[in-house]
Write a protein of this length. Sequence first.
Length: 156
Amino acid sequence: MEKPKFRGHLKLLVLKILEEGPLHGYGIMAELERRYGMPQPSPGTIYPILASLRRAGLIEVAGEGKREKKLYHITGKGKEYLREHEYEVKEVLEMAERFREFARLGGRELAEVLKEAFSSISEMSEEQKRALAKEFAEFTKRVRLILLGEIKEGTE
């Protein structure tokens, strides 16, 4: 998913979380992980989103929480925005649910190992590259067969 769209999705999820009550930035990050199973976004992702939502008048600082952390809450304009974009919110929540299920099935670990393979490619021997190519081909074939319903759990 491209970055701008991802940030747009996160903005909607942040607004949805804040609709239930005020939270500080780290609380929002933890809620995104807890509710939607996504890796916890970094402060470098969340705080610019919070600043953007504040500039748009969709959220505001409710006060200071523990250790002088800013508490954010949704404004009336933010609630109206969620109502006006109800269809997009529903789509984003459905996508987040798919992401959570994908992560539960091992998708996060798969993404990590693919990143490791990509990062290590220049240090791999030709033998390692051939073995990796064979594994990728077999894995891809099996996943496609599963998606087509031609392989059931526990069958080869």
